[in-house]
Design a protein around this ligand. Structure first.
Ligand code: SF4
Length: 346
């Protein structure tokens, strides 16, 4: 049995034709899945009994089982899902003044080893399939359907390095973005990478309008290599050269995510170095207050310090935003909920 969400519209067309049906049946199934968001084939009323039986024999329609849901005072909702093979992943729904945003995972665990990250505490078990990446968005949209609301944005910033699962991610986003699929505009989809240079260059050549975000988190190589081992493979000079190439090809502004770690990367010297790094780049910095992780030594900055660093960057003419802290009263850091569950299982 296969996951029906792994199939593109073209795959579905081949499947129905191979089984003796007209190609338009594929569009009907696709519409039930993504427009009407029905996952019980018995309810797909314009399909014949025979086709429904066939589909039930060949595919499963639900690939995520909800294990836990945590809801924060600010509306942030964290979902822990069990996959068909018993692995766990997390997704988050956040509420912003511009709408609902879903943060999704691309891998079970992560091998990138960023020192501040709860997800990286558990090594990568495997990549998520197309259907498992897409299934998170579909699940959250179905959850919002209950109150007739709509997901406005997708950020691929959960557990896993998205560009380490490039092909599955691109195939999933194609359905998420497809007007016949979940129809979320490309400019409302952001992919956040820790900086795998060859993949950034590959992404620069895709004819897609998704936003690119880089987890920067440090202003010099010494600090970044300490925080993020990937920097040893692709140091800042190489990274920023690739970013320049990306924005020249795509005319798109890049987001540089910068977690504020108390006493680590929030000083005047860091602001000076960031100014030098950003010279000539079509990029802006998004400051993110850190969500503390018990197993990690880093601590979040106070609100005052976050504002001070924001002002330091502003004064240096850097384009900067400061993200509101989300889900403070739940296990907000990416990977925390899964790590807890794994501890319980042991
Ligand atoms: S921050 Fe992202 S890339 Fe780094 S270890 Fe965590 S999940 Fe992996």
């Amino acid at each position: 049995m296969r996951d029906i969400l792994d199939l593109s519209l073209e795959d579905l067309s081949s499947y129905v034709v191979e089984n003796g049906y007209k190609p338009y049946k594929a569009k009907q199934i696709y519409s039930w899945l993504y427009k009407k968001r029905i996952s019980d084939p018995e309810m797909m009323s314009d399909l014949s009994k025979e086709l429904i039986t066939r589909l039930k024999e060949d595919f499963y329609f639900e690939n995520l089982k909800l294990v836990t849901k945590q809801v924060s005072k600010d509306g942030t909702t964290k979902f822990l899902f069990e996959l068909v093979d018993g692995n766990f992943i997390e997704s988050v729904l956040m509420v912003f003044d511009y709408g609902y945003s879903a943060c999704i995972s691309t891998q079970v665990g992560c091998n990138m080893g960023c020192r501040f990250c709860a997800s990286g505490l558990l090594r990568k078990v495997r990549d998520l399939s197309v259907g498992e990446i897409l299934g998170q968005v579909l699940y959250i949209q179905k959850y919002l359907d209950l109150t007739q609301e709509r997901l406005a944005n997708i950020v691929v910033m959960g557990t896993g390095e998205p560009f380490d699962n490039y092909d599955n991610l691109m195939a999933a986003l194609k359905i998420i973005n497809d007007p016949l699929g979940l129809e979320i505009g490309a400019r409302h989809i952001s992919i956040s990478t820790c900086g795998i240079v060859p993949k950034i260059l590959q992404f620069a050549d895709e004819s897609v309008q998704y936003n690119l975000a880089i987890s920067l988190h440090a202003s010099n190589d010494e600090l970044r290599s300490k925080l993020m081992p990937i920097n040893k493979a692709y140091p800042l000079k190489e990274l920023f050269k690739a970013l320049k190439e990306y924005s020249l090809k795509n005319k798109r502004r890049i987001t540089l995510e910068y977690l504020l770690l108390d006493g680590v990367n929030d000083k005047e010297t860091n602001a000076d170095e960031l100014k030098d790094l950003l010279r000539g780049q079509n990029a802006y910095i998004n400051l993110i207050p850190y969500n503390n992780v018990d197993e990690r030594d880093f601590r979040s900055v106070s609100e005052r310090k976050a504002l001070d660093f924001y002002d330091m960057l502003k004064k240096r003419g850097i384009s900067v935003t400061l993200r509101q802290k989300k889900g403070d009263d739940i296990d907000a850091a990416c990977g925390q909920l899964r790590a807890k569950k794994m501890k319980e299982e042991r």
